[in-house]
Design a protein around this ligand. Structure first.
Ligand code: ADP
Ligand code: ZN
Ligand code: ZN
Length: 745
């Protein structure tokens, strides 16, 4: 007699913009441990990947109507703390749970691939390599690689992260010193055995402030949040490393989140060199396969470290003992499309769920974190002196109105700064110049009819890129040929306005032909290898002047820089964004922090047409630390009831059809206006165009919602979602909610 097949009923969340689960049946008898496994289901004729959310006794649907799901994993592929974090996120950000889950997965798992290692390309020393004396290898990089390989095979990914080129690796292979191997084969055999010591190298002796920080953090039991407020170069990273060591010794793992830009070979080196445990990484320079490998590495358990950018936060890590968020003020922890979360906010939730400690470190903490320290949610730890005895730089504010009209000033370099650059480079010192504007000229216009050349897809003037002989849109990245004839009036003459880094570089090359100049921005540096090459020339002292954008402002140590020039501070002082002063103070402090890192005294020259500006003067006053300014700025926020003393969200719409994008929000707004009055302390703005209404060929509108209480805002947004789900946007209108926006639309 044929026995009846046994089925379980499961509730599944799918990657759909819907706040509901779907019931399916699964052949076999399953318990709750299957929650969090992936299934493949059929929905509306298409094959989709879903996540099991619940195992149920029965369904509200008749059993015969339930469709079958196919199980892809034999167990939860997330982790209990990740489940808690994601379900919090879905409610907090009003983003469907299924979409939160799917965003949390590496792409290959999202696509239904098996949660298993594929090939892991690595390099291993051959017998000849093991016997060879590295001193006899002339090529420095090859010698460095072989030194590493002598200790065991190393993943190609790690070699790349540490800044080694494929060229050098191939040269070692050719010499017969190294061979390509597949590490996946050996991974299966070696379950992470406890290393004799978690440390590979002796750590430096901590200074008293660092010791207090490390001891206080290590003494914490369970969840506790720390704000590590340490001036640039004060040894915050060293504090992380020593706390991590303590965590690893307990058999636990650590998760370190960093801004994308901070993932330099120096960062990786410090972790790879220090620890005897697996160090994995997750960031945008990895292939989909490598991201999955990192996910699997961590899932295996055992003491390990994961370093990554914001999305690494979702990686399952059994026995998580510590989360570090380095440069916690950095805007790149906020995702600005799809699942619009802030990794700092969610990391706090995860740490609580995992019952582990969390360190938020910065020389320039966000006002949100400063407020949390003031009200006792975070324990603040200060590092006020620079490790290694370096002193903080001196500031000089220069009034550009008083500078003579030299050729230099047309590209943003006043005479005084010009002279100081000459003096410092002549002494063999290095100079760092900061300008947050790429390209040659800001825009191109026709002097006969006044036409400004703008991007056809965006309300944005096109930037002149002279080296490439093209115009570029810095919003949608489209490029266009330089015009020959004005399409409006037929003129053949054009003029340019506003300078960018490319033009400053041109001036510097003419003015200081013999000192070596490195421009570091998204145009001149299009790969990690290129960036490394430039940084190497700076490190070796071959180049004396570096000029760049944000890319230069963070994460790099330049011991021989004695002069920092900030070419244009004014754009950050006069902005309609209430966060502009905070970010200007942060940027200025961070850029200044690049000067005088070693034994040499540094100077920072700030050029402005508004030297009377109060914030600017506060920033350059000796002994006024960033933190004091943060307190001032917080007071202003408090008086104006701005975040973090109130809570904001945007309701966003966009479409290729301007009228439809506007109409959708307008209708939603008229429904919401009727309800808004019943929510205490809530204000609902009108529908307005984004500052740049047209972007990527789509028209953008928004409504600002703000409330004095978080729960009131959340309740109102829930009501908004209900209305939206009953009347979803049609055609190509897209709707989104952004909670805790960092940038105003
Ligand atoms: P931050 O992360 O605050 O910018 P780092 O941890 O990178 O600072 O430290 C700055 C420099 O000082 C690094 O070169 C680091 O190796 C060194 N350093 C940090 N702590 C110590 C210490 N206790 N003794 C000696 N050198 C240290
Ligand atoms: Zn014209
Ligand atoms: Zn554009």
């Amino acid at each position: 007699m044929e026995s009846q097949a046994v089925f379980s009923v499961i509730e599944v969340v799918l990657n759909r913009p819907l706040f509901q689960c779907f019931d399916y049946k699964l052949e076999g008898s399953y318990a709750d441990d299957i929650v969090g496994a992936r299934v493949e289901v059929n929905i509306a004729g298409s094959r989709e990947i879903g996540i099991i959310y619940k195992v149920k006794q029965d369904s509200s649907l008749p059993f015969a109507k339930l469709k079958s799901a196919r199980l892809l994993d034999n167990k939860d592929i997330f982790a209990p703390d990740v489940h808690k974090m994601l379900s919090f996120a879905s409610k907090y950000y009003l983003y469907p749970l299924g979409q939160c889950y799917v965003s949390a997965l590496p792409k290959l798992l999202r696509d239904g691939k098996e949660a298993a290692y594929g090939e892991i390309p690595a390099l291993a020393a051959t017998k000849e390599g093991l016997e060879a004396d590295v001193k006899n290898i002339k090529a420095k990089v090859q010698a460095q690689i072989l030194t590493l390989l002598k200790e065991g095979p190393v993943r190609r990914k790690e070699l790349r992260e540490r800044g080694f080129s494929a060229q050098a690796e191939n040269a070692l292979i050719k010499k017969g010193f190294a061979v390509k191997v597949n590490l996946a084969l050996s991974l299966k055999a070696t379950q992470s055995t406890a290393a004799p010591s978690v440390l590979k190298e002796e750590p430096p002796v901590l200074n008293p402030e660092q010791s207090v920080a490390v001891e206080t953090i290590c003494a914490a039991k369970g969840y506790q949040a720390f704000l590590l407020n340490g001036v640039t170069g004060s040894g915050k990273t060293e504090v992380y490393l020593q706390v991590i060591a303590a965590v690893l010794r307990k058999g636990q793992s650590a998760l370190v989140l960093v801004p994308e830009i901070a993932l330099t070979p120096q960062t990786f080196e410090r972790f790879y060199n220090r620890f005897n445990v697996p160090v994995s990484s997750m960031h945008s320079a990895l292939s989909d396969r490598e991201r999955l490998d990192a996910f699997l590495d961590m899932q295996r358990g055992g003491p390990a470290i994961l370093i990554g950018t914001r999305s690494a936060l979702f990686t399952p890590i059994p026995n998580l003992g510590l989360i570090v968020i380095d440069e916690e003020h950095d805007g790149s922890f906020k995702q600005t499309d799809g699942f619009r979360y802030h990794a700092r906010s969610l990391a706090l939730v995860r740490a609580k769920a995992a019952g582990c400690k969390i360190i938020l470190g910065s020389a320039t903490p966000s006002l949100e974190s400063v407020e949390n320290a003031l009200c006792g949610k975070f324990t603040k730890l200060d590092l006020t002196i620079r490790a290694g005895g370096a002193s903080l730089p001196q500031f000089k504010l220069i009034d550009l109105k008083n500078e003579p009209l030299t050729p230099g000033i047309k590209t943003g370099i006043g005479l005084e700064l010009e002279n100081r650059i000459g003096e410092e480079t002549a002494r063999g010192n290095q100079v760092l110049l900061f300008l947050n504007r790429r390209g040659y000229s800001h825009h191109l216009f026709c002097p006969h009819c006044g036409k400004i050349f703008t991007c056809p897809n965006c309300d944005n003037p096109l930037t002149v890129h002279k080296n490439e002989g093209r115009l570029k849109c810095h919003v949608c990245d489209n490029v266009f040929a330089m015009p020959v004839v004005c399409p409006d009036c037929g003129s053949r003459e054009f003029m340019e306005n506003g300078y960018g880094t490319e033009q400053v570089e041109e001036f510097l090359r003419l003015r200081y032909p013999d000192v070596g100049i490195e421009r570091i921005d998204r145009d001149s540096v299009n790969s990690k290898a290129e960036l490394e090459k430039r940084l190497e020339r700076i490190k070796e002292g071959k180049s004396k002047i570096m000029l760049g954008t944000q890319m230069l402002a963070k994460g790099h140590d330049f011991p021989d820089v004695t002069l920092v020039g900030i070419l244009d501070i004014d754009s950050g002082l006069f902005s309609d964004d209430f966060r502009a002063l905070e970010s200007t103070a942060q940027l200025l402090t961070q850029v200044s922090g690049r000067a005088g890192r070693a034994q040499k005294q540094g100077e920072v020259i700030i050029q402005s047409y508004h030297p009377e500006n109060e914030l600017l003067n506060r920033l350059i006053t000796p002994n006024i630390a960033y933190f004091d300014i943060a307190l001032d700025l917080l007071l202003i926020r408090k008086n104006l009831n701005l975040p973090p003393f109130s809570y904001q969200a945007f309701l966003l719409s966009n479409s290729e059809d301007r009228v439809k994008a506007f109409a959708y929000l307008q209708e939603l707004n008229s429904c919401l206006q009727k309800k808004a009055g019943t929510y205490e302390g809530l204000s609902l703005g009108p529908v307005i165009s984004d500052k740049m209404e047209k972007r990527h060929n789509r028209y953008h509108f928004h409504i600002l919602v703000s409330a004095i209480r978080r729960d009131v805002l959340n309740a109102f947004l829930n009501e908004t979602v209900k209305i939206e789900q009953d009347n979803p946007p049609k055609n190509d209108v897209r709707f989104a909610i952004e909670v805790d926006p960092l940038f105003l639309y």
